[in-house]
Design a protein around this ligand. Sequence first.
Ligand code: HEC
Length: 112
Amino acid sequence: MPLTPTAGNPARGRALVADRQKGMCLLCHTAPIAEVRQQGDLAPSLAGAGARWSAAQLRARVVDNRRINPQSIMPAYFKVEGLHRVGAPWKDKTLLGAQEIEDVVAYLATLK
Ligand code: HEC
């Protein structure tokens, strides 16, 4: 289920994925975002993610990937409970807001 009634904005989602402070996705992943020079190699490429997964499956992975793979190193972007060793600035806050999650999912869904 979408986290908000407002449909995600793929352009904003792309900016969040590219942002090294906010999304941090490209620390681990590569994606077809040419302006980000150094991209990660710890995780599968996000290219084609929209063909591999439905919006609901993409959302589940971004919200809390450890519910799918408990060993995953990918941070839970929309979770505040059950986390360990959370730094003070992040306490009781999700890494991304609900609308930001929807924006990221909308962008990922375009990667076919
Ligand atoms: C610390 C590293 C790390 C970060 C940061 C990270 N991921 Fe991941 N992600 C992974 C790994 C590793 C996997 C592989 C699956 C697993 O571990 O369960 C993955 C899997 C995925 C998948 C499924 C890929 C596939 O097709 O199988 C998606 C989609 C995804 N991540 C999106 C994102 C997005 C969007 C962000 C940023 C908001 C992000 N990830 C940030 C490590 C990361």
